[in-house]
Design a protein around this ligand. Structure first.
Ligand code: 5GP
Ligand code: ZN
Length: 118
C-alpha cells in the first residue's frame, strides 16, 4: 500500500509535516509546498499509485471521488465561485508530462490572478 521511499506516502502517514486540507479513508489533501497561485493544494490517494499511467479501471471510483471533491475543497480553500472564479485541475504524468513526485496527485489551483505559472 505504501512505498517507504515515497514523500507523499510519508506525508499521508504524518512522517513529513504538511498543511492538511482534507482527509477521508481513501484520500488525503494538503497545500503544495511551492504554490503557483493563491490557492494550490494536492489531492492524493492514500494507496500508492505511481501515476495516472498505472491507474486501472478498478481505480475509477477513487478517481471519480477525487474529481467530485475538487470543487468542494476549492471553495473551502478560498477559490471564488464559478464562473468568475473557478479553478484548474492538473495531473502531471511521467517525465514528459512534468511529473516530479511519483505518487499520483491532482493539483487544484485557483484564486485571483496573476498566477506564477499558467
Ligand atoms: P508534479 O510536478 O510531480 O506534478 O508536482 C509535485 C508537486 O509536489 C510540486 O508542485 C511540489 O511543489 C510539491 N511538493 C514536492 N515536495 C513536497 C513536500 O514535501 N510537501 C508538499 N506540501 N508539497 C511538495
Ligand atoms: Zn506514495
Amino acid at each position: 500500500m505504501h512505498d517507504p521511499d515515497c514523500i507523499f506516502c510519508k506525508i499521508i502517514e504524518g512522517k513529513i509535516p504538511s498543511k492538511k486540507v482534507y482527509e477521508d479513508e481513501q484520500v488525503f489533501a494538503f497545500h503544495d509546498i511551492s504554490p503557483w497561485a493563491p490557492v494550490h493544494f494536492l489531492m492524493v490517494p492514500k494507496k500508492h499509485i505511481p501515476s495516472m499511467a498505472q491507474a486501472t479501471e478498478q481505480d475509477a471510483p477513487l478517481l471519480g471521488h477525487m474529481m467530485a471533491l475538487a470543487p468542494r475543497l476549492a471553495a473551502q480553500e478560498g477559490c471564488n465561485p464559478y464562473p468568475a472564479g473557478g479553478f484548474r485541475i492538473v495531473v502531471n504524468t511521467g517525465d514528459e508530462g512534468g511529473q516530479e513526485v511519483h505518487h499520483l496527485h491532482v493539483h487544484v489551483i485557483g484564486g485571483p490572478r496573476p498566477w506564477k505559472k499558467g
